[in-house]
Design a protein. Structure first.
Ligand SMILES: Cc1cc2nc3c(=O)[nH]c(=O)nc-3n(C[C@H](O)[C@H](O)[C@H](O)COP(=O)(O)OP(=O)(O)OC[C@H]3O[C@@H](n4cnc5c(N)ncnc54)[C@H](O)[C@@H]3O)c2cc1C
Ligand code: SF4
Length: 331
């Protein structure tokens, strides 16, 4: 076992101060990803800053009708909160589609956003991997990549972002609130995760020493409905092969508002702007929904073994949008 320091932070300021200028420091949330990666030797922090005692575990109503979700709110508590189930059902459904009951009881909102890819080579320190060891190569491109990216990948990395929650947050226009050595800032969830480009070692735009303090949800627009659906190899306890989060408002048979995001397809939750353009103002029909999905997924560049994910994502998107457009369909 590699020795590491442990500090239980008692305030946000203390946590941020302790991490400042220490590239070997990691914040510890529920530990369900970080501790696993430490056991595998993928993460070797010199200092663990336990943030679980900070007062960031509340879900608060905002004056504008939105919600402020503390970074330490557990996944199970967030999924069960009445305000989330009623106003942002896609978020509750995404959380419940992730991991297992036991894991959701301990996993935090901040940690969930920053969980690392499940690419097999990333998790095996005997293998090269540009994300874990920059410059060593990407064996997944020619190797095992059935689960990996079809959109936005690069020669350097074809990994996918694994969080279900992040996909729903991207469709819901949520923002990440950060506190770091240079103060506080806010980043839209859609800009928080990165595409790999030539620096796949960076999953997100978070800066060294920054702590996620909360996620902010804008008010749910009146008349909109939202939904999350995930396709995976097993009915539970499996990461998404493809998933869809959608927010839709239909009035008089016409799409008035649409927000769509795909999961399991890229290095970040994939906000489907081209699909949304097709949807806005169009008749709420299956034909429109199929055209919208095709407009987005036309850009897909599948690898040797994962072309099936494009069809899967298309069918999920059409099904979810058709369900949201049907007034009596509440599944
Ligand atoms: C068997 C298994 C199956 C799973 N299936 C799914 C699934 O289907 N879908 C899904 O979405 N997830 C799944 N997960 C992943 C699970 O959701 C994540 O492990 C969990 O959400 C991470 O949260 P945590 O609080 O435990 O994070 P931690 O492990 O504590 O931290 C993860 C990362 O975030 C950093 N961090 C934590 N909190 C903060 C903060 N406030 N500010 C800045 N950095 C922070 C840590 O330093 C670390 O780098 C699965 C996990 C397992 C083990
Ligand atoms: S896809 Fe990314 S994470 Fe997987 S081996 Fe390639 S560089 Fe590493």
């Amino acid at each position: 076992m590699k020795p590491f320091g442990y500090l239980r932070a008692t305030s946000v300021e203390e946590a941020v101060r302790a991490a400042a200028g220490q590239p070997g420091a990691r914040f510890l949330g529920g530990g369900t990803n970080l501790v696993d990666l430490m056991k595998l030797g993928v993460e070797t922090p010199q200092l663990l800053i336990d943030v679980t005692r900070l007062p960031l575990d509340r879900i608060e109503e905002l004056p504008d009708g939105g919600l402020r979700i503390g970074a330490l709110v557990r996944n199970s508590d967030l999924a069960a909160a009445a305000a989330v189930r009623v106003r942002y059902p896609a978020l509750s459904q995404a959380l419940l589609a992730g991991a297992s009951g036991q894991l959701r009881n301990i996993a935090t909102t901040g940690g969930n956003l920053l969980q690392r890819t499940r690419c097999l080579y990333f998790q095996d320190i005997s293998k090269p991997c540009n994300k874990r060891a920059p410059g060593t190569g990407c064996p997944a491109r020619e190797g095992v990549h059935r689960d990996l990216a079809v959109l936005g990948h690069s020669d350097h990395c074809v990994a996918t972002q694994p969080s279900d929650m992040a996909v729903a947050l991207a469709a819901l226009d949520a923002e990440v609130l950060l506190h770091g050595p240079d103060g506080e800032r806010t980043v839209p969830v859609t800009d928080f995760h990165r595409l790999p480009g030539d620096s796949p070692e960076r999953d997100t735009e978070i800066r060294p020493g920054e702590l996620i303090t909360a996620v902010r949800l804008p008010p749910a627009a009146p008349g909109t409905r939202s939904r999350y659906r995930k396709a995976r190899d097993r009915a539970s306890y499996a990461f998404a092969l493809a998933s869809v989060a959608a927010v839709l408002e239909v009035r008089d048979g016409t799409v008035r508002h649409a927000a769509l995001a795909f999961g399991g397809l890229a290095h970040r939750p994939w906000r489907a702007r081209a699909a949304e353009e097709v949807l806005h103002g169009a008749p709420a029909t299956e034909d429109t929904f199929a055209r919208a999905a095709d407009a987005e997924l036309g850009a897909a560049r599948p690898l040797r073994d994962n072309g099936f994910k494009v069809t899967l994502a298309r069918n999920l998107a059409v099904g979810v949008l058709a369900g949201l457009a049907a007034p009596d369909d509440d599944h």
